[in-house]
Design a binder for this molecule. Structure first.
Ligand SMILES: C[S@@+](CC[C@H](N)C(=O)[O-])C[C@H]1O[C@@H](n2cnc3c(N)ncnc32)[C@H](O)[C@@H]1O
Length: 283
């Protein structure tokens, strides 16, 4: 790559930014140019291209959008996550939300808990662990965790359910013994989620920008945490309107602790920090 091509031109940055915004809602400020360059560089190597200019010619050319957009959106999404991240939410779920949702669910239909923006799987597997602990199989109640994300790379990793020991450290030793398998190779640093837990989590690609989420049923609980921060306020409100529509009346919606739905036109009422509930009688 020549010195000239070591950075994205301002004109290319402007069209990349607006394409990314239009396709994913992710709003990249001017200060994200270096980050974008670093991430696209990996795509240049995979595509054997020599410059950002060539990359843009390909991307905005006849086949580029169809073939490359998924990879570009993968490259720009930020996937930081953890097991038991923001742990008060899981305590509320176990102590208050689930017992109450089970008591109201006289028909015994399976509860649906949705991790929207699930990244590499730590959040949905935490949900599956917490739900398994508070809804033992012998109670007759069932639940499913739906885990969705824009990025196919994170979904592939998430569905394998393989993590390093450092990553599972926030999980208590008891729960690690119950829900993770150690490798037969004693020198390996990897553990895998047990098949019984993996079976409870369904991963699928879903872009919040899509008109119809195509979900089979409304969710009892939605976790959409540390995702809204990547969008501008108007996009955040539109996404939350669509998510609230997918929630059953009196269902719970969790957002990240640095996110707020204050002043948005939503059928949700605040319950606790970063926790909302759908108003009864609203659709
Ligand atoms: C920082 S992670 C949050 C992971 C997890 N919810 C947590 O709190 O630990 C944000 C996730 O949102 C996803 N995301 C970004 N834009 C999206 C969109 N338009 N539709 C669906 N997911 C999106 C990213 O791919 C990323 O995995």
């Amino acid at each position: 790559m020549s010195a000239r091509d070591e950075s994205i031109s301002n004109a290319d940055f402007a069209r990349l930014r607006s394409l990314i915004y239009e396709q994913s809602g992710i709003n990249l400020n001017a200060d994200k140019k270096t980050m974008l360059e670093l991430r696209i560089k990996r795509r240049l190597r995979s595509l054997h291209l020599d410059s950002f200019g060539e990359y843009c010619d390909y991307l905005f050319g006849p086949h580029g959008l169809k073939e490359e957009i998924v990879h570009l959106l993968d490259a720009v999404s930020t996937n930081k996550t953890d097991f038991f991240r923001e742990p008060e939410h899981f305590e509320f779920l176990a102590q208050k939300a689930i017992p109450e949702l089970m008591a109201r669910n006289a028909s015994g239909r399976p509860l649906l808990v949705w991790s929207a923006g699930c990244s590499t799987g730590e959040e949905p597997y935490t949900l599956a662990i917490v739900l398994s602990e508070c809804i033992p199989a012998n109670t007759g109640f069932r639940f499913r965790v739906l885990a969705t994300d824009l990025s196919t790379t994170v979904l592939t990793k998430a569905s394998r359910g393989v993590f390093s020991r450092e990553v599972v450290r926030p999980v208590s030793a008891d729960l690690q013994r119950k829900y993770f398998l150690r490798s037969r190779d004693r020198a390996s640093n990897l553990v895998r989620v047990v098949p019984e837990l993996r079976k409870l989590v369904e991963f699928r690609r879903l872009n919040f920008m899509d008109g119809d989420f195509g979900l089979p049923q409304k969710a009892d609980v939605i976790f959409c945490r540390n995702v809204l921060i990547y969008f501008d306020r108007a996009t955040q409100e539109k996404i939350m309107q669509k998510l609230a529509h997918q929630l059953v009346p009196s269902g719970y919606a969790f957002v990240g602790h640095s996110e707020t739905l204050h002043d948005m036109d939503l059928p949700l009422v605040p319950v606790a920090p970063a926790l909302y509930r759908k108003a009864n009688g609203r659709n």
